[in-house]
Design a protein around this ligand. Structure first.
Ligand code: 26Q
Length: 843
């Protein structure tokens, strides 16, 4: 029995000697939602968690104390959510992703809990400013870009839509590198995001799993006389979980992000592992904490392949073991019911080893038959593809794969044999098709094709924008579509309006709230209500004022981080995204040089002034991407210093584009650059963030641009460039860049300026690789789209001159961006793929 004692004040209770705060819920230091309770909570944490005397407290300490106080306020919701889905046997989504680019947590959690003004007031009483404290956060940059940020947006929507879910990933000690720009070049710095501590995570050392690696397999007969296989690893390590709460907006639902961290085993811990011959074969004290050390950049050629495979297997096996443990031990269901209780989504092929791993766990560790195991596997997994670029489709050489994961290679052979029998039965005599569809590629040395494994092992495959999903069925997965047309579909990406509107654009948020009410924040289609105000001059004026203020805010940031001064009355023309040839930042650069050239050769010329703003990281080993950064900064150096032109244009490369500064960038844009070669950008999500915040798009018919244009109306979108069909036909007829140069003297002059070293102090070598790529090996047809782009930019400038028309188009873009909420996307996943329904959490 509990021993309960009331303290004399009547305000606390002791149970088993532990003191509980008995004040009214609104007032409790741990849970109270009033400004006063929050103030007391911060003070408590400053003493009991931070432990520093008042005299030495810094903003960082206040950040920690407030964050812990906020986490306390999620704790009950978090535990209640987990308890409810264990009790109520709701179906749960598991989002397996090698990347979760969560961004700063404090501001977002305050928003979702409805605690912003309370936190501001509480800090004010303590002499602190909320914005300054929020800015102290070192964001967890555990992703490269779009795919990782998408995973984070989806967690926000899952929680807000009250869908039980777990995100599973890797707790990289070092996330995406920090980018500095020195003398115009990118310099990479280690991202040490954990140095000052992470107040959001709770480590759960009791939730840990063994991870085997390397070695060989043995066949044996079990006591029932059945033929079995066991894996004798060369090494074993351990994955321990760190959980972070994911609070839904305006609801009690608080889901979990579980990130795995690698730990080497101490020899005494291996005893738990000591079955049969196992122990002998395992090296003692294998060191392997390096597995979760660092996030790999995409577009990185070959380097560190083995470790990357180990990372993927590491987080996948920990996650699947966790699911099976919860399913069998906590919920108490048989494994045959796995697909009724869990929907596991593969975020690209990075976690696709899960198909073989679930088979191994079910067959080798849980004694299921092949057929039972296979039915469960296919019914449980779904696969989202994020790329059509053939060079980005993951493969692993057979020798590497077999050396690291010998048992999985056997299982993949068996999956493949059975699968190819199915192909032969459906397409008798079509040997070429069998070769094309095999899980094992034969071209250029044998390899395991992870996209094929993911497709064969999932009951549903989707692309991330309508065009992309169509192209998938027509290109890289065509044969699979012909075999299983019913397994293919589309879910167009979305982004969370909480972070990318409400949190990052407070000015617009207030205007929206006052104009159409605050329902838009969870039902973004409500923005349509703005359409009735487009012709209201008063409203248009307020709209423009908000944009102007956001531009001043960004200009300040630009000034502090680059020293460049921008005039907020100019058009802000922005391209932020990873630097890649297919995204064509160099096409944008050619436009800037074109304007420069026009101004220099026609002294009387005036043009509507623009600030060209770029941001984005290049993979450290992506040579040409780094030269493209140099091209942009070099143009900036010349343009910004030249009084003939800097009255009309400035060029900025903002260092270290990340989620935190993205909050300042999207709301300040007038023009959003979405200029990838048609057919190359699977979806894009930055395009959606810009649109919501009222930027107009200049773009090709690529990825989600197609749908953005459909929603906005063609008249509110600046379209240029070849279509995907045309791109293919130019290529098949042999793309000859010189043809475009010969026909276009202006283009020739622009390239000439680069070649002559105009932007590089006469040095003709630095930017030669960029020119060489444009002229001799450019799969992305930059010069083929040049004229169309330049002409389109003329239309942009003309539209900008009429401020009223521009404001009208800006409002309409925002008003019609509802489709691009991640709430819509997640509802589609839940209804059409996962069969996961809302679960109301009562406290
Ligand atoms: C692969 C192997 C080794 C190391 C790294 C990688 C790797 C890591 C990350 C490969 C790719 C990525 C990320 C891809 C990505 O972000 N794709 C983008 O996904 C977005 C969300 O669907 C889309 O909007 C973009 O169009 C797509 O480019």
């Amino acid at each position: 029995m509990t021993d309960t004692a009331h303290s004399s004040s009547g305000k606390s209770t002791a149970v088993n000697g532990i003191e509980f705060d008995n004040t009214r819920p609104q007032e409790r230091s741990r849970t109270g939602m009033s400004a006063d309770a929050l103030r007391r909570a911060i003070s408590d944490h400053l003493v009991y968690s931070i432990g520093r005397p008042a005299a030495v407290l810094t903003s960082q300490h206040y950040y920690m104390a407030l964050s812990l106080a906020v986490r306390d306020r999620m704790q009950q919701r978090w535990m209640a959510t987990t308890q409810d889905w264990l009790d109520l046997s709701n179906k749960v989504t598991c989002y397996l992703s090698a990347e979760f680019l969560m961004g700063p947590q404090l501001g977002n959690n305050l928003l979702n809990l409805g605690l912003e003004s309370e936190a501001r007031a509480a800090l004010a009483e303590l002499g602190q400013d909320l914005d300054e404290i929020v800015a102290c956060e070192e964001e967890p940059g555990l992703g490269n870009g779009g795919l990782g940020r998408l995973a984070a947006c989806y967690l926000d929507s899952l929680a807000t839509l009250e869908r039980p879910s777990i995100g599973y990933g890797i707790r990289y000690e070092f996330g995406i590198f920090d980018q500095e720009i020195r003398e115009g070049w990118q310099v990479e710095k280690t991202d040490n995001w954990l140095v000052s501590g992470n107040p959001w995570e709770i480590d759960k050392p009791d939730a840990s799993y063994f991870v085997c690696w390397g070695g060989y397999t043995e066949q044996y007969q079990d006591i029932a006389g059945r033929h079995r296989v066991r894996w004798i690893p060369r090494r074993v390590l351990q994955g321990v979980s760190y959980d972070t709460p994911v609070q839904g907006y305006g609801v009690n639902t608080c889901n979990t992000l579980t990130l795995w961290s690698a730990r080497s085993l101490k020899s005494f811990e291996l005893e738990a592992f000591n079955t049969g011959d196992f122990y002998k074969a395992v090296e003692d004290e294998v060191l392997s904490e390096k597995v979760s050390k660092v996030l790999y950049p995409n577009d990185e050629p070959e380097a560190g392949k083995r470790l990357r495979l180990q990372q993927q297997y590491f987080f996948v096996t920990c996650s699947l073991q966790d699911v099976i443990r919860i399913h069998t031990e906590r919920v108490g269901l048989p494994l045959s019911a796995l697909p009724d209780k869990w929907a596991i989504q593969l975020n690209d092929t990075h976690p696709s080893i899960a198909v073989a791993e679930l088979m191994r766990l079910l067959i080798d560790e849980h004694d299921l038959s092949w057929d039972e195991a296979w039915d469960i596997t296919v019914a449980t997994f779904g696969y989202t593809n994020h790329t059509l670029l053939p060079e980005a489709l993951e493969t692993w050489s057979l020798s590497l794969f077999g050396d690291c994961l010998p048992r999985h290679l056997e299982l993949i052979y068996e999956i493949n044999d059975r699968f190819l029998d199915e192909v032969r039965a459906a397409f008798p005599g079509d040997d070429d098709r069998v070769r094309r569809m095999s899980l094992i590629g034969e071209d250029g040395g044998k390899s395991v094709r992870m996209a094929h494994l993911a497709t064969v092992g999932s009951h549903f495959v989707n692309g991330v924008a309508a065009l992309h999903s169509e192209l998938l069925k027509d290109s890289v997965l065509k044969d699979f579509y012909e075999l299983w047309p019913e397994r293919f579909g589309n879910v167009t990406n979305g982004v969370t309006p909480r972070r990318f509107l409400a949190l990052s654009n407070p000015g617009l948020r207030q205007l929206l709230d006052e104009t159409i009410g605050d329902g838009w924040i969870t039902d973004l289609d409500k923005l349509r209500g703005l359409e009735s105000y487009v012709d209201d001059p008063g409203f248009r004026e307020r709209w423009r004022k908000v944009k102007r203020a956001n531009k001043s805010r960004l200009a300040e940031y630009v000034h502090s981080s680059t020293g460049i001064e921008l005039d907020p009355t100019w058009m802000f023309d922005i391209q932020v995204k990873r630097i890649h040839e297919y995204k064509r930042q160099h096409l944008n650069a050619l436009h800037i040089i074109t304007l420069y050239h026009r101004l220099k050769s026609n002294p009387g010329l005036t043009i509507p002034p623009r600030a060209f703003i770029f941001g984005g990281k290049a993979a450290p080993g992506y040579y040409l991407a780094k030269r493209i950064i140099k091209l942009i900064t070099a143009i900036g150096d010349v343009v910004n210093a030249d009084p003939d032109v800097n009255r009309f244009m400035k060029v900025v490369f903002l260092p270290n584009f990340n989620v935190q500064n993205a909050h300042l960038i999207y709301p300040a844009a007038n023009l959003s650059e979405q200029i990838s070669t048609a057919g190359k950008e699977a979806s894009g999500t930055g395009n959606m963030k810009f649109m919501m915040n009222g930027a107009l798009t200049i773009g090709t018919l690529d990825g989600a641009n197609v749908e953005i244009r459909e929603e906005a109306g063609a008249e509110n979108f600046f379209l240029f460039g070849l279509t995907e069909d045309q791109v293919e036909s130019v290529k098949s007829n042999g793309y000859r860049p010189m043809d475009y140069i010969e026909r276009d003297p202006e283009l020739a002059a622009v390239l000439e300026l680069i070649a002559d070293g105009k932007f590089t102090h006469g040095d003709t070598e630095i930017l030669r690789p960029v020119l060489d790529s444009l002229l001799h090996h450019d799969p992305f047809l930059v010069l083929a789209d040049y004229r169309s782009y330049i002409d389109c930019q003329e239309r942009v400038s003309a539209a900008w001159l009429d401020g009223d028309t521009w404001a009208r188009m800006s409002i309409l873009n925002s008003a019609r961006s509802g489709k691009f909420s991640s709430d819509r996307a997640i509802a589609e996943y839940c209804d059409e793929i996962w069969n996961v329904s809302p679960m109301n959490v009562d406290l």
